[in-house]
Design a protein around this ligand. Structure first.
Ligand code: GLU
Length: 431
């Protein structure tokens, strides 16, 4: 059963505990800061401070041993002024109502900074996927899809993969939805396997956009990729694809990590000989001659640090140890608001998640177009159009950074917020 609520005091972010700031607290601080720089109607800011709706469902799962276990699921829909809600579904023990709201806000800004016609959403199930068999994951996913069926759809809200979910998860959701609707509806989710309407290049896209943005920003600061040293925290889809592309394009990737620690080689790692999480989970350190700890990767004196795992990893507790000159955020929300201000004061440039990893949702948009038109694009076309979109967004953000003398995060927020505020202004408020 879907229960709905608009935001109330309970999702109002409290003052941040810097090291453990929630995604929602960070998202609200960032919104307030960006809104204070530009001339934007405070009523629109107030509106954007809250989600349009948060759906909460309870999902029963019959375990393999025959017992029934209940799981909590969410879908936060933040803003749809520019198009259908869009954003991932995560399966993780830390999923919460608050986290989904914060992440849904970031999706609204991400789609706007890329100028793609979607709003923002995020959802998930409070579950550790490692505790489930494949058959259990399939049953849980299909039942969850059914519980949220009335609030998703190709023209209303389009889920995608996120932490703990992937192409197979999306295939099950697409199938469950299609069976219930009595018609094959590929456009209800993105990030599907290409054989059922997924886009070529979608899996690689967030990592590719991180690599493209890294290349541009390094060049901007007169430090070409071929001369740059890079450390990548997290070797899942985003981290591994970013590290490998940067390696291919000539950068020296000195460290990559997973939960067990980091592989380290000051001369540069062969990133393709280290298995990504999908290829062999949590195996990065077993393939390394030299390893360093998970804390130490943040302290490396590299030109570029890419946090590409979970949120809240650069906090007030470790920010003073960060030696990198430049941070490109591969994960969503890796830097707390407080840590971000400290980095800014120290002159460390941070390229925000809403620009850097936006390749994922951009190729999701390409996938949705392919699904609606029933016409697949080649991988070359996907990568070319992604490059074009990333460079256009990069230019728009760069202009704001230069003309207003603001941080890269504020620049990206200004681009996004201006577009969203204009759309709200034109459409107006239903009385
Ligand atoms: N989960 C991804 C993100 O955070 C992709 C969302 C999408 O493709 O809709 O950007």
């Amino acid at each position: 059963m879907v229960s709905e609520s608009t935001s109330t005091a309970e999702d109002t972010a409290s003052e941040p505990n810097p090291a453990h700031e929630s995604a929602l607290a960070t998202a609200r601080h960032q919104l307030a800061e960006a809104a204070s720089i530009i001339d934007i109607d405070p009523n629109i800011v107030e509106r954007l401070n809250h989600p349009a709706a948060v759906h909460e469902v309870t999902v029963p799962l019959k375990r393999d041993d025959g017992t029934v276990q209940m799981y909590q699921g969410f879908r936060a829909q933040h803003d749809s002024v520019r198009g259908p809600y869009k954003g991932g579904l995560r399966y993780h023990p830390d999923v919460s109502r608050e986290e989904c709201i914060g992440l849904s806000m970031w999706m609204t800004w991400k789609c706007a900074v890329m100028d793609i016609p979607f709003g923002g959403a995020k959802g998930g199930i409070v579950v550790d996927p490692k505790d489930l068999s494949d058959a259990e994951t399939e049953r849980l996913t299909r039942r969850f899809a059914n519980e949220i069926r009335n609030i998703i759809g190709p023209m209303t809200d389009i889920p995608a993969p996120d932490m703990g979910t992937g192409a197979q998860t999306m295939a099950w959701i697409m199938d469950a939805y299609s069976v219930q609707e009595s018609q094959t509806t590929p456009g209800v989710v993105t990030g599907k396997p290409p054989v059922i309407g997924g886009s070529k290049g979608r899996e690689e896209a967030p990592g590719r956009s991180v690599a493209i943005v890294s290349r541009e920003v390094l060049e901007y600061y007169d430090n070409p990729l071929e001369d740059a040293t890079v450390a990548v925290q997290g070797f899942g889809s985003v981290g591994a694809n970013a590290a490998r592309l940067l390696d291919d394009w000539g950068a020296t990737v000195v460290a990559v990590s997973d939960v067990n620690g980091a592989a380290y080689d000051p001369e540069g790692l062969d990133t393709r000989s280290i298995p990504s999480h999908d290829e062999e989970p949590e195996a990065v350190t077993t393939y390394a001659d030299e390893t360093i700890s998970n804390e130490a990767i943040f302290e490396l004196d590299v030109d570029l640090l890419v946090p590409a795992a979970v949120g809240n990893v650069i906090t007030e507790d470790n920010v003073d140890d960060v030696q990198a000159d430049l941070i490109v955020e591969g994960a969503n929300g890796p830097t707390t608001f407080t840590a971000d201000s400290i980095l800014d004061d120290r002159g460390v440039r941070v390229i925000p998640d809403i620009l850097a990893n936006a390749g994922g949702v951009t190729v999701s948009y390409f996938e949705w177009l392919q699904d609606i038109n029933r016409r697949a694009w080649s991988r070359e076309r996907v990568n070319e159009e992604l490059e074009t979109e990333m460079l256009a967004a990069w230019e728009a953000v760069r202009r704001e950074v230069e003309t207003r003398d603001v941080s890269w995060r504020d620049g990206a927020y200004i681009v996004a917020l201006s577009r969203i505020a204009d759309a709200h202004e034109y459409r107006g408020l239903w009385p």
